[in-house]
Design a binder for this molecule. Structure first.
Ligand SMILES: *[C@@H]1O[C@H](CO)[C@@H](O)[C@H](O)[C@H]1NC(C)=O
Ligand SMILES: *[C@@H]1O[C@H](CO)[C@@H](O)[C@H](O)[C@H]1NC(C)=O
Ligand SMILES: *[C@@H]1O[C@H](CO)[C@@H](O)[C@H](O)[C@H]1NC(C)=O
Ligand SMILES: *[C@@H]1O[C@H](CO)[C@@H](O)[C@H](O)[C@H]1NC(C)=O
Ligand SMILES: *[C@@H]1O[C@H](CO)[C@@H](O)[C@H](O)[C@H]1NC(C)=O
Ligand SMILES: *[C@@H]1O[C@H](CO)[C@@H](O)[C@H](O)[C@H]1NC(C)=O
Length: 266
């Protein structure tokens, strides 16, 4: 090496680096970005369908379910539970805000007294709310609309889980309900106005959910995590590693250049 002058070495270095860096863009005309940002790849979902405007012609205040049930005079336990759980207020609000209407299955007092002793008391406060919400469908059903309803019907207790459903079967005018725990028959139409339907049922509808032990939560998956997950990216799109490879190559070449420089001036 002694016979090479530093000038020659620098020339050599310059040549090598020029070639190295010239090759890189030719081999991969990748943008300088380290990895394509996934959000750019995934098209933004279209804006959600805007909620339908509350264009209902305002009647004189929302229908009062409690008043309707009081008039029928055999729903005192159900009324008390509607009030204790505040589901009464939810019904009132929903009738005012939604144009889908509501359907309420009201068990009679004797239906409550036919429950196995201690059933109600065995429920937590949260379960009592769910129990009453389970008796409310977020859609108006006329008796004939049950014939074409597709099972299972979601209830107000469902939330986003959809696990508080019930099935209806019909035959002529008869409507039966099964929850998987309770079989009940719709005995009577207490009230209907095209927005709200209140039906008398002969059993308290117990949600199957209360009696099945929830499936064990799936074990945390041992999937390999992507080496570098761009923050905020929750898509499962695998990272495109080509960019990374290009960068590594460049890094390697740059390191080689630096090493030659060091060798030249040592
Ligand atoms: C990854 O990026 C390279 C260039 O940057 C491109 O040619 C290739 O199609 C990409 N692959 C995928 C799976 O997106
Ligand atoms: C509904 O009616 C009940 C009984 O008639 C009454 O106590 C209650 O205050 C009424 N609720 C509303 C929101 O008017
Ligand atoms: C009913 O809805 C209207 C507008 O949607 C609102 O102004 C009014 O306060 C609501 N009434 C009740 C009792 O919730
Ligand atoms: C409803 O239930 C009653 C009593 O269990 C039964 O006799 C009837 O056949 C059922 N009807 C339908 C349509 O399922
Ligand atoms: C309700 O109906 C659905 C669909 O037909 C069925 O999968 C489900 O097992 C039924 N549940 C009960 C409790 O009958
Ligand atoms: C409900 O009805 C189904 C079939 O009609 C029957 O198999 C089931 O045992 C009944 N359940 C109860 C709690 O009566």
């Amino acid at each position: 090496m002694k016979q090479f002058s530093p000038t020659f070495l620098l020339l050599l270095l310059f040549t090598y680096c020029s070639v190295a860096w010239a090759q890189a863009p030719a081999a991969a005309p990748a943008p300088p970005a380290v990895a394509p940002a996934p959000p750019a790849v995934v098209p933004a979902p279209p804006a959600l369908v805007p909620a339908p405007p509350a264009a209902a012609p305002a009647p004189p205040g929302p229908t009062n379910v409690t008043a309707i049930l009081e008039k029928a005079s055999q729903f005192t336990t159900f009324i008390r539970l509607l009030q204790d759980t505040k589901v009464e207020n939810q019904i009132t609000t929903q009738l005012n805000d939604s144009n889908q209407g509501l359907t309420v299955f009201a068990p009679t007092d004797s239906a409550f007294s036919n429950l196995k002793g201690g059933t109600l008391n065995s429920f937590t406060a949260e379960q009592k709310v769910q129990l009453i919400q389970f008796h409310v469908l977020p859609t108006f059903y006329s008796p004939s609309q049950f014939q074409t309803a597709s099972n299972p019907l979601g209830t107000q207790a469902g939330g986003s889980e959809g696990s508080f459903g019930m099935n209806v079967t019909t035959s002529g005018n008869q409507v039966n309900i099964t929850t998987g725990v309770t079989n009940a028959t719709v005995a009577n139409t207490v009230y209907t106005d095209g927005q709200l339907a209140v039906y008398q049922v002969d059993h308290v509808l117990l949600p199957l959910n209360f009696f099945v032990t929830p499936a064990p939560a799936p074990a945390p998956s041992k999937h390999k995590k992507p080496a570098r997950s761009p923050s905020g990216s929750d898509t499962s799109t695998p990272a495109n590693t080509s960019g990374t490879t290009c960068l590594s190559k460049k890094l390697f070449q740059a390191t080689a250049c630096v090493m030659i420089v060091l060798a030249a001036f040592h």
